[in-house]
Design a protein around this ligand. Structure first.
Ligand SMILES: [Fe+2]
Length: 626
């Protein structure tokens, strides 16, 4: 009989569930995709339902359940923090008492109750499989190492905070993970980055990506960015040679109050008021600020990587935790040549903790052996979510009264869609199993021609309804990537930023650094303007023929037609909306935006022949802008 393990993350943000069968990943998904609430923190009822169904197993037949952190240890941290910072923490204490009572102290009871519902009405909770609680950073480390292709690797995890740890270095060997060193709350690189995210007018826990995207707009040779960076290093964070660090806590409020930083102290330090999110145009000072904190973050991450190298002597490194989504820093680690190979968990944020917790229980708790093949990872391309067949797609189209065409063969579909992309059309591309983690990797993606100079503007403003400065990422066939990018490895999960090749670059004018943001943004920097960020970088996804044959086939067909195996790939959603899960989600998103065509499996839908969408006109209020 097979052994099943269920992993869960919940009650903070990005709830998720993952299921293993004899250690193999069967399914994993974030709750937000089902409930359509971005970063949904609720107990992941729908995600659990889905992964159990995917494994064709009922909850009572699961051998063990793993939750991604230790609730009581987290409670202890909240309690001790209150004591340590009292009386300043009194507001925080008062405000969070109900949360503690309901969600922290009784988290285990709450979870048991929620899980009990899967056993049916009047369930006997004694039948519930045993619940295990690996530590938060062990869950991250396990999510980084166990699915990696390596039998041995250094593991670095960096995030906001779990129970106490905010950064950890460990060593993975076979089926074991040994913890080597940790940095503890309140000192946290993730929370420092989040404080700057808020200061620059973006939302904590979702806007960190935007801050990273803004950084290259800062003037790298300018005095202001250098001054900001010096102030951060002198006043906010003391970075030691080994990458350990101490934050200067009077500048921060996250431990004591309900905000991230002390506004008066920051104003005095930087001489720049915080940017309010409503500010449409971004003052260049915030771009320099974004650049300064990005440089500091990269410095810490690189030092931590060097320490991990010294401590383990490994030639492989695995990364996870929210900061591992900083693909610019990941690219720097790779180019530092500290390690021969780098692998990042695609669900690096707390959603990935569900998978990590399950793997930790399997390999450490149940002592199951592990053998990696040193070549392929175990993530199956991160295509671990639900799939919907052509029948379901046809049924959805009928429900919306939506005309469609069925294209018989995969080859004909690839050729047809490649032709549309080549004509400048924007195509919603919905295929097979949904991705686990924040990135769309060619199964829930919106695609466009990367060579088209208008594409970035069009996608940002008319399709994603998001800030115009935000860059787009390319998908490229693995074998074609070297002609367009200065990069030799693979990047299947879009978690690496690499330079575009010299051969496709256009020369910049002398006054480029002084040009305003929009002028720089729309200056044609390369023959692939839609995906070349303003510093000639690109956040690349390399597509492997075996891992995603259909998407690879499309890129290949596009190459045959246009000579170029690169397309723009952005997640299938609008700003503030979770990535689409079902064909109906996809159809709605298609109809609410300026997308030209929608492909669901073998079905092709043309916008010009669709009837108006009969739904409330007020859909924009459905998703809170992030
Ligand atoms: Fe985390």
């Amino acid at each position: 009989m097979s052994d099943y393990v269920l992993g869960l993350s919940a009650y903070y943000h990005d709830s998720a569930a993952a299921l293993l069968c004899d250690g193999r990943i069967v399914a994993a998904a974030q709750e937000e995709r089902f409930t359509r609430k971005k970063h949904d923190p609720a107990f992941p009822v729908r995600a659990v339902e889905y992964v159990l169904e995917a494994g064709n197993v009922s909850l009572e037949d699961v051998r063990g359940i793993a939750f991604y952190e230790k609730p009581l240890l987290k409670f202890e941290r909240l309690l001790e923090t209150y004591h340590a910072f009292a009386p300043h923490g009194f507001t925080s204490f008062l405000a969070s008492v109900p949360v503690w009572i309901k969600e922290k102290l009784f988290m285990e009871t709450m979870m048991e109750r929620s899980l009990g519902e899967f056993l049916g009405p009047e369930a006997d909770l004694k039948k519930l499989p045993k619940i295990y609680y690996p530590e938060h950073h062990l869950s991250h480390a396990a999510s980084a190492f166990y699915p990696s292709p390596f039998n041995e690797a250094a593991i670095v995890t960096v995030d906001g905070v779990g129970e106490w740890a905010s950064t950890s270095i460990s060593h993975g060997q076979g089926s074991s993970i040994s913890s080597l060193t940790k940095i503890h709350f309140p000192h946290s690189l993730g929370l420092l980055y989040s404080a700057f995210t808020v200061y620059c007018g973006f939302k904590v826990n979702s806007g960190e990506y935007k801050l990273m995207g803004l950084a290259p707009y800062g003037n790298p040779r300018g005095e202001r960015a250098r001054q900001f960076e010096n102030k951060i290093r002198e006043e906010l964070i003391d970075i030691r040679p080994d990458g350990s660090y101490v934050l200067n806590m009077p500048y921060f409020r996250y431990a004591t109050g309900l905000s991230m930083y002390d506004p008066e102290r920051w104003l005095k330090l930087f001489g720049l008021p915080p940017r309010t999110a409503e500010d449409k145009d971004i003052d260049p000072a915030y771009m320099d600020m974004a650049l300064a904190i990005q440089r500091v973050t990269e410095d810490v991450v690189l030092r931590l990587a060097a320490t991990a190298k010294n401590m383990t002597g490994s030639s492989n490194i695995c990364l996870a935790g929210g900061v591992a989504l900083n693909c610019v820093a990941n690219g720097k680690i790779l180019r530092s040549n500290l390690f021969d190979r780098l692998w990042t968990q695609p669900a690096s944020g707390d959603a990935g903790g569900a998978l990590g917790a399950a793997l930790a229980l399997w390999h450490i708790g149940f002592e199951a052996p592990r053998q990696a093949d040193e070549k392929n990872d175990a993530m199956q391309g991160a295509y671990l979510g639900p799939a919907f067949g052509n029948d379901a797609a046809v049924e959805t189209c009928r429900r919306f009264g939506a005309p469609f065409e069925i294209i018989d063969t995969e080859e004909a579909l690839s050729r047809r869609v490649a032709g549309l992309l080549n004509q400048g059309q924007v195509v919603g591309w919905f295929q097979g199993r949904m991705e686990y983690g924040p990135r769309a990797l060619g199964n829930r993606s919106i695609l466009g021609d990367a060579r088209n100079p208008e594409m970035q503007k069009r996608l940002n403003l008319k399709i994603k309804y998001r800030e115009g400065f935000r860059p787009f990422a390319p998908s490229v066939t693995e074998e074609g990537s070297h002609d367009y990018f200065d990069f030799k490895g693979t990047s299947p999960y879009m978690l690496l930023t690499v330079p575009v090749a010299e051969s496709i670059r256009q020369k910049l004018p002398e006054n480029y650094d002084q040009m305003d943001m929009w002028e720089r943004l729309y200056f044609l920097r390369s023959t692939l303007p839609a995906i070349t960020h303003i510093d000639y970088s690109a956040r690349i996804q390399t597509v492997n023929k075996e891992v995603n044959p259909r998407y690879w086939g499309l890129l290949k067909a596009f190459e045959e037609l246009s000579g170029c195996p690169v397309v723009v790939n952005t997640s299938f959603n609008v700003r503030g909306e979770p990535v689409v899960c079902t064909p109906a989600d996809a159809y709605r998103c298609f109809m609410r935006t300026d997308m030209d065509y929608l492909v669901i499996n073998d079905l092709l839908l043309d916008k010009t022949s669709q009837p108006p969408l009969k739904e409330n006109a007020d859909w924009r209020t459905q998703f809170v802008l992030d």
